[in-house]
Design a protein around this ligand. Sequence first.
Ligand SMILES: [Zn+2]
Length: 93
Amino acid sequence: MKTNTNHIGHRLVFYVHDELDERETTYIATHLEQCAACRGEYELIKKGAEMLASLKSIPAPRNLWDTILRELRSQTESFTEDSEKTHLPKINK
Ligand SMILES: [Zn+2]
C-alpha cells in the first residue's frame, strides 16, 4: 500500500482563520512551503476569506431596501393592472 502523503486538506480553512494551535500552524506552514497543491488550495481559501471580509466591511446603502421595495411595488402594480385587464370578465352585450 502506498504511504498516504499527509496533505493538509480541510485544515487549511482553520489555518487561514488562525484557529489552530502552534504545532499545527507550524506543520502547515512547513507543508505549504513544500507542497504546491496545498499552497494553491491555501491561496484560494485565503482569497475567499479576504473577499468575505471586504464584503462585510462595505455598508449597504441606506436606501437600498427602499429602492428594492419601490421597484417591487411598481412591478407588482403593473402586473396587477395587466392581470386585472386580462381577467376582466368580458361584457357581452
Ligand atoms: Zn500537500
